[in-house]
Design a protein. Structure first.
Length: 205
C-alpha cells in the first residue's frame, strides 16, 4: 500500500518532551541467564535483511483498519489503511497503530480533532486499496456517515472507534501512535478483512 500505515511525510511528528523510541529502548534491558550482566535489547539484533524481515513477519495474520478524519483545510474526508492496529489499555481505554514517515495523509489526519478507526470487512478490499493510493479523492467511491464527534464512519465496516491522539513515539521508519478512545460501536455484521503474506484473505470459520 503506497499510503498505508503498515506499508509505508516528513520528519517525525512528536513533541520534544515525549521520550523517543530509542530512549525507551535504552531503558529496556535484558538480563543474561545467570542474572549478572544486562545487555541492551537492540544489541542482540543486527544485519536483518529487509525482504527476509517482511517474509517472516508476513506470517502473522492481521486485520485491516481504515483511519479516517475530516481534513481541517478542505473540510473533506480523508484517510489511510493500516494493519498495524492493536488495543493497548482498558483503563484508560487506549489503542495504538503505526504510520510510516512517508505517508502523505498522516499530517492531515493528526491535526484533526478526532480520528475514526474503521475495522474493515472482507468485502472492503476496494476501500482499502482506495485509501492506500497516493493523491486524488480517496473518498470518491466510499459511502460514509459520521461518528458522534463528526469523524467519517465507513459504510459496511464491522465497527468504528473514535479517538484522540494521546502520544506519539518515533520508531525506525514509522511513528507509533497511541490514541484514547472517546466513542465506539459495532456497525455491520460480517467477516473481517485479513492481511497475510502480502495478500488479502478471509476467515473461514
Amino acid at each position: 500500500m503506497a499510503d498505508s500505515a503498515h506499508a509505508t511525510t516528513a520528519p517525525p511528528y512528536t513533541s520534544a518532551h515525549r521520550p523517543s523510541a530509542g530512549q525507551e529502548m535504552r531503558r529496556h534491558m535484558t538480563a543474561t541467564p545467570n542474572g549478572s550482566a544486562a545487555t541492551p535489547v537492540s544489541a542482540t539484533v543486527s544485519n536483518i535483511d529487509g525482504m527476509r524481515f517482511r517474509s517472516v513477519l508476513g506470517r502473522f495474520a492481521t486485520g485491516v483498519v481504515a483511519i479516517t478524519a475530516i481534513d481541517q483545510e478542505t473540510g473533506e474526508p480523508t484517510g489511510l489503511a493500516a494493519n498495524s492496529f492493536t488495543s493497548v489499555s482498558l483503563d484508560p481505554p487506549l489503542v495504538a497503530f503505526c504510520v510510516a514517515h512517508t505517508s502523505s495523509t498522516w499530517p492531515r489526519l493528526r491535526v484533526a480533532d478526532r480520528l475514526c478507526i474503521n475495522i474493515l470487512s472482507e468485502a472492503q478490499q476496494d476501500v482499502c486499496r482506495q485509501l492506500a493510493m497516493k493523491g486524488g479523492d480517496k473518498f470518491a467511491t466510499i459511502d460514509w456517515t459520521t461518528s458522534p464527534g463528526g469523524s467519517p464512519v465507513i459504510e459496511e465496516a464491522l465497527a468504528w472507534i473514535e479517538c484522540t491522539i494521546e502520544s506519539e513515539y518515533p520508531a525506525g521508519d514509522h511513528m507509533i501512535v497511541v490514541a484514547r478512545v472517546q466513542h465506539l460501536d459495532k456497525h455491520h455484521e460480517g467477516e473481517p478483512l485479513l492481511f497475510y503474506q502480502g495478500s488479502y484473505g478471509r476467515f473461514d470459520g
